[in-house]
Design a protein around this ligand. Structure first.
Ligand SMILES: NC(=O)c1ccc[n+]([C@@H]2O[C@H](COP(=O)([O-])OP(=O)(O)OC[C@H]3O[C@@H](n4cnc5c(N)ncnc54)[C@H](O)[C@@H]3O)[C@@H](O)[C@H]2O)c1
Length: 254
């Protein structure tokens, strides 16, 4: 028996990277999964890879009407929802001084506003579930300086705070709310970093390798499952220990 037999899940940003791995992981555990992504073709490819039981939904998670339609489509298709994984996110690596207001707002919109929009819209269905679980994608950047991306780090800090407060509020409805905080994971998002930036960030791979999307999917799957039935409000680092070893950083090293 799988952890997610009979469960219905929505994963945002499921068209690639970590979201794709999460969608596949939940499906392997028996869940029906709605793969939501801005890139329609990517969402369809992952849903096709999973096979029957998965659907593709295309939407921009920062757009209210698109989110409403996407959640409606999912809940209608599955006749409910048990697991929500708020994963979609972007990063813009720039110093604070160089960051434009448009870039700040785009980052906040896709990384944080999206969590408000998707979670609030999904709430009635999650409340009706007897296994409601939300897992939000934070980042090691919420707690540690890594590279210059103040907007990204701020959005991820907001996700950690939101996860904690939502856990408090939604416990009464039997919904658990947790987050995972990945360190550097080998996906397209990280491809934006140069080797020099990785080196300057002092990132260390204590376990001898960079993280994989599947490493994060395992943690998300655990937190979304009944095996984490007594865990709520937590943010679980999935960093390979990268944040344990820091070196003194001066602003000019960044
Ligand atoms: N890769 C890392 O090192 C790392 C580390 C910490 C946290 N994270 C977080 O993990 C999450 C996934 O990142 P990833 O590394 O898999 O990135 P990725 O770029 O490989 O995948 C992100 C997915 O989200 C989709 N997406 C982007 N904007 C969207 C929007 N407006 N609406 C809907 N979908 C949208 C993209 O099309 C893509 O399929 C992000 O929240 C990211 O901040 C990643």
């Amino acid at each position: 028996m799988g952890d997610f037999d009979g469960r219905r899940a929505l994963v945002t940003g499921a068209g690639g990277g970590i979201g794709r791995a999460v969608a596949i992981h939940l499906a392997k555990g028996g869940a029906r999964v709605a793969c939501l992504d801005l890139e329609e073709a990517a969402a369809q490819e992952v849903a096709g890879e999973i096979g029957p039981g998965a659907i593709a939904v295309s939407a921009d998670v920062s757009d209210e009407s698109q989110v409403h339609a996407a959640v409606e489509t999912t809940v209608d298709a599955f006749d409910g929802l048990d697991v929500l994984v708020n994963n979609a996110g972007i990063t813009i690596i720039k110093s604070f001084e160089e960051t434009s207001l448009e870039e700040w707002e785009r980052t906040m919109g896709i990384n944080l506003r999206s969590m408000f929009l998707v979670t609030q819209r999904a709430l009635p269905a999650l409340k009706a579930s007897d296994a409601g679980a939300i897992v939000n994608m934070a980042s090691m950047a919420a707690g540690h300086f890594t590279v210059p991306h103040v907007a990204y780090a701020s959005s991820k800090g907001g996700i950690v705070a939101m996860t904690r407060d939502l856990a408090f509020e939604l416990a009464a409805h039997g919904i658990r709310v947790n987050a995972v905080s990945p360190g550097p994971i080998a996906t397209a998002i990280l491809g934006k970093l140069t080797d020099e930036q990785i080196e300057q960030a002092g990132l260390r791979f204590l376990l001898g390798r960079m993280g994989r999307p599947e490493d994060v999917a395992e943690a998300v799957g655990f937190l979304a499952s009944d095996r984490a039935g007594y865990i709520t409000g937590a943010t679980l680092p999935v960093t390979g220990g990268a944040e344990l070893a820091t070196r003194p950083l001066r602003p000019e090293d960044a």
